[in-house]
Ligand binder design. Sequence first.
Ligand SMILES: Cc1ncc(COP(=O)(O)O)c(C=O)c1O
Length: 384
Amino acid sequence: MKDRFRPEQRRDLLRRGFSRRDFARLAALMTAGAALPFYNEAALAQGLSADRRMPADAIKLNANENPMGPCPEAVEAIQKLVPLGGRYLYNETFAFMDVMAESVGLPRDHVMAFAGSSDPLHRVVLAFTGPRKSFVVADPGYEAGQRAAEFVGARTIKVPLRKDWSHDVRAMAAADPEAGVIYVCNPNNPTGSVTTREEIEYLVENKPKDAVILLDEAYIHLSTTAEPGTPMVASDKDVIVLRTFSKLYGMAGLRAGAALGRPDLLLKIRGYAAGALPATGMVGAIASLRAKGLVESRRKIITEIREETVGWLKKKGFDVIPSEANMIMIDVHRPGREVNQALKQHKIYVGRSWAALPNHIRVTIGTHDEMARFRSAFGRVMNV
Ligand SMILES: Cc1ncc(COP(=O)(O)O)c(C=O)c1O
């Protein structure tokens, strides 16, 4: 198959260490999008097929979703749109980018809409890493980008989180002079821990010249201390910020998200996509951004339930990594995998464990009632 890369794209691919033989495969991937193994929380949590086998009354604490779902304003906007769905609806995507730009204080050309943030996360890795350009991540961290790096033959360099669970920005900046992408998730998945603005600015100022800092802010709305990276985007640094409506905004199934970055960086990830985005997700996202007090009120609810759960766990003798997101990592004193399986017998589906923290399980914060059921099952499984 013949590839259709432009001369400057060919030069960029060669610079990243691809061989001419790779071109056709990459072109096919980028047009069809079919060959790339797509990983998001749902797939990483249990494997999509296992997810389908879950009993209908299972308590799902495994994918960092928000059981509150979309806010009423989003539901109303979506319901109003549905009868118009026979048309191609592009204007909703443009309107979403306008509202998003205003809400994050960036020029309109620094915002690109997507159906969630997994898509731009994969694209950034595909666009800026390669056999000679590595992917630098924190450990433990969100794994999806690594799969994309593997696909294009880029090396993933894992840098352990520091003792306070923040990103070790000095080690990440120094990890590889040929780094293509340095990925920072703030707050981090799975730990919920925060890396300060000063530390992230250090990384941006001290990174290898060609590297792009990919700042994943999927959980930023849930934290009171994490500071958005948008000012660095506004000052045209080599930073791409990812935002999603899957977490605090409760729209994981409806799909809306954005990449925020300098226009020339966004142009590099735009290539080869086709078609309009789901207008339901777009109007839901617009309504969510406009809903007054939504972020604060949802953050408060989730924080209260999280702290109640953490308090109970600590009383029972379990350490929990301090989290500012809708997930907690619990030290269960034995292989997390075993506890995960045992909880399933009680129809409680919790998150996975990480190789760096094999005795921890990640538990998403559900509703009050769901967490009461979690406590009861956890107590029985752990004999406490
Ligand atoms: C850190 C992080 N980034 C990105 C995503 C992708 O989510 P989505 O594609 O639903 O926006 C997730 C999902 O859980 C996540 O945890």
